[in-house]
Design a protein around this ligand. Structure first.
Ligand code: NAI
Length: 335
């Protein structure tokens, strides 16, 4: 048997942690046959919840689970880590300005970046889930100077999956038949879910939509007035309907993100927020969502896509927001 892969989950005592840990332990994160050593990082108030989850993990008798450790010390949690899933974050409280939110999260992600830098395994991969995810990833990366920037990613896979779900419903197909949807920009309401290059069963999604909805103008209106806002505001819709935030779908998207990073993307591309290399006019170094394929365990931005005026304006708007967030954390001395 191969030696266990160390997976650290922060905020492990929280809601997403509770949904995520059991999927990881079952083998869905790393694939069949790969033993896992779990490290659960919490703040002192969250330790009991994480310890309770650890007891239940034991009761799951997962054949691949080689061990579970619970700690409130980042240095212990990230020592030798191969996969770091950063879920724990500071939510926006009442009356909290963006600057306050960024500062509070800087207080979490700067020291965690430093602890990852000090202790992580050479092959470490980092997925930031806690919001504001893109900028939290930027802060962590800036505080981990010895770790290549491309190892720091933020989750936009939930947005990507939501877009697939909406298209599948509109076209009455299963999500697996749709390929090459893209989420651009920030994991926020400014994100741009883009179907311009998407296909269903091999033909353009926009053509398939036109067949069902009418003409091209109707499709454009549906995309602009229904699809894009519904995907971008889906989190609020879930809270309204469920009475609680999206948890299981967020955990599921996190599994997809890490799984595809390690094992590959054989069926078209997916969406990941990662450090820009300047592709598509996104300023270098911003953690922004792109269309990506995983090749030999490395995310590669899909190149050469034609970006029309409609898409350009929307990508630019989300990137402007990311630039403002970066400037704010720069001013705060967090990066
Ligand atoms: P939650 O409040 O149930 O759990 C968060 C946990 O993190 C708590 O147990 C808390 O004690 C812990 N925590 C706080 N600071 C920590 C630190 N410094 N180190 C370790 N643990 C710490 O929240 P939930 O529902 O699990 O969501 C977690 C985060 O994920 C939130 O920021 C939420 O906005 C974000 N999220 C992101 C999504 C995405 O698509 N990127 C989707 C859904 C949620």
């Amino acid at each position: 048997t191969p030696s266990p892969v160390t997976v650290t989950v922060t905020g492990a005592g929280g809601q997403i942690g509770y949904a995520l840990l059991f999927r990881i332990a079952s083998g869905q994160l790393l694939g069949p046959g790969v033993p896992i050593r779990l490290r659960l990082l919490e703040i002192p108030q969250g330790l009991k919840a994480a310890e309770g989850a650890a007891l239940e993990l034991q009761d799951g008798a997962f054949p691949l689970l080689a061990g579970v450790e619970v700690t409130d010390a980042a240095s212990a949690a990230f020592d030798g880590v191969n996969v770091a899933i950063l879920v724990g974050a500071r939510p926006r409280g009442p009356g909290m300005e963006r600057g306050d939110l960024l500062a509070a999260n800087g207080g979490i992600f700067a020291p965690q970046g430093a602890a990852i830098n000090a202790g992580a395994a050479d092959d470490v991969r980092i997925a930031v889930v806690g919001n504001p995810a893109n900028t939290n990833a930027l802060i962590a990366s800036a505080n981990a100077p010895d770790i290549p920037v491309e190892r720091f990613t933020a989750l936009t896979r939930l947005d990507h999956n939501r877009a697939l779900g909406q298209l599948a419903a509109a076209l009455a197909v299963s999500p697996g038949e749709i390929r090459d949807v893209t989420i651009w920009g920030n994991h926020s309401a400014t994100q741009f879910p883009d179907v311009a290059h998407a296909t269903v069963a091999g033909r353009p999604v926009v053509d398939a939509l036109a067949e069902r909805l009418g003409d091209a103008a109707t499709v454009r209106a549906w995309i602009t007035d229904q699809f894009i806002p519904r995907v971008a505001k889906r989190g609020a819709e879930i809270i309204e309907v469920r009475g609680s935030s999206s948890v299981a779908s967020a955990a599921s998207a996190t599994i997809d993100h890490v799984h595809d990073w390690i094992t590959g993307t054989p069926h078209g591309w997916t969406s990941v927020a990662l450090s820009s290399d300047g592709s598509y006019g996104v300023p270098e170094g911003l953690i922004s969502s792109f269309p990506v394929r995983s090749v030999d365990g490395v995310w590669q931005i899909v190149q050469g896509l034609e970006i029309d005026e409609f898409s350009r304006a929307r990508i630019d708007a989300s990137v402007t927001e990311l630039t403002e967030e970066r400037d704010a954390v720069l001013t705060l001395g967090l990066i």
